[in-house]
Design a binder for this molecule. Structure first.
Ligand SMILES: Cc1cc2nc3c(=O)[nH]c(=O)nc-3n(C[C@H](O)[C@H](O)[C@H](O)COP(=O)(O)OP(=O)(O)OC[C@H]3O[C@@H](n4cnc5c(N)ncnc54)[C@H](O)[C@@H]3O)c2cc1C
Length: 321
């Protein structure tokens, strides 16, 4: 993949000031970004990041916003929404490699590959968000995850260089990666940005794949509560399910402001309209406290907190966060 021309042509995308972030997140919650850029290509992404670095502004990478809670105060730096969607399929002998830009939708990519007769991503049917967000957090469901299909990822470093990382280097675990772990350490170095990913696929019958995806879509519809959410709020603790613990603690239906712990799935918090990040955070704290008090289990967040003063997202440079 020759990306030198795109990057040499790097042009700063239009910057929006005080852009409300609620419209870009699954929860429909989030105060304004001091600056926001929507980057349609690697060139625009590089130019936007350079612009922020020159001004020593923190940067938040935003994919589909389906795994983050952004504070009501918003984000004090540059939020970059990466939209590049380029895909390239290389058919090898009995195996294929899909190169896909980080701004592409995960579920749409899975569906396209299945309809073209390639197995490997069908588990991602209906999974909200982008390739970048999925690679960052090792998204997974219905018997698959990013870690089991990814071969390599193209990473943009804070100094502007691009590295190709083998999957092992991403240090994947259950809903985590070295990128996520590094972001959680406030004193650590800033994390790289995922530019693109390569997945290993194998040819299969498109009709068989379609039937599998229809079954997954059905299962997902039956389990997922309606309304604005960011999916599972907490990771499942070893050998148990966060939703089961929250239900057993008697917290389903608990409401703070416009936010409610779903009656259908204890690990979902729904914005029923007009909820603030403060409302959601209050429910998160209540659920953590009650589950710890009643069962001695400390729940870990799966969603990323942004703009609450801690370490968060992919921030460049960390010192300005
Ligand atoms: C209804 C619903 C159901 C869900 N079901 C599942 C499920 O079954 N399984 C599951 O795993 N998840 C699930 N999720 C959560 C979410 O869909 C995934 O975590 C998804 O992979 C997040 O992708 P995103 O693009 O929205 O990431 P975002 O929320 O935009 O970002 C998440 C993190 O990734 C970082 N990031 C994003 N793009 C990049 C990039 N290019 N480079 C570096 N960092 C980046 C962000 O800074 C942030 O820290 C669900 C969410 C919803 C709303």
């Amino acid at each position: 993949m020759d990306r030198s021309r795109d990057i040499a042509d790097a042009r700063l995308p239009q910057l929006r000031e005080q852009e409300p972030l609620a419209r870009y997140t699954g929860w429909r919650i989030g105060g304004p970004a001091r600056y926001m850029a929507i980057a349609a290509s690697e060139g625009e992404l590089v130019a936007a990041l350079r612009w922020a670095i020159e001004r020593e502004l923190p940067v938040l990478m935003l994919g589909g916003g389906t795994n983050m809670l952004i504070s009501d105060q918003g984000f004090p730096g540059l939020v970059v929404r990466y939209r590049a969607q380029m895909q390239q399929l290389e058919d090898l002998d009995g195996e294929a490699r899909l190169y896909v830009a980080a701004g592409a939708p995960m579920a749409g990519t899975a569906r396209r590959m299945s309809s073209q007769g390639y197995r490997g991503l069908q588990w991602a049917e209906g999974l909200p968000g982008t390739i970048g967000g999925a690679v960052y957090g090792n998204a997974g469901c219905y018997g698959g995850d990013v870690a089991s299909q990814l071969t390599r990822a193209w990473m943009l470093q804070p100094d502007g260089s691009i590295e190709v990382w083998d999957v092992e280097r991403l240090g994947y675990g259950y809903r985590t990666s070295v990128l996520k772990a590094q972001a959680a350490e406030a004193s650590g170095p800033p994390g790289p940005v995922v530019l693109a990913a390569e997945f290993r696929l194998v040819p299969d019958n498109p009709q068989v794949l379609r039937a599998e995806m229809e079954a997954i879509a059905l299962a997902r519809r039956s389990k997922t509560p309606g309304g604005s959410s960011c999916g599972s709020v907490f990771k499942n603790p070893p050998g148990d399910a966060a939703g089961r613990l929250i239900e057993a603690a008697g917290l389903k239906g608990l409401r703070v402001g416009g936010a409610i712990i779903s009656e259908k799935h204890g690990n979902y918090i729904i914005n029923q309209g007009g909820a603030s990040a403060k409302d959601v955070l209050a429910l998160i704290d209540l659920a953590r406290e009650e589950v710890l008090r009643q069962f001695g289990v400390a729940l870990d967040l799966e969603v990323q907190l942004v703009g609450f003063g801690g370490a968060e997202g992919s921030l460049w440079p960390r010192s300005c966060a």
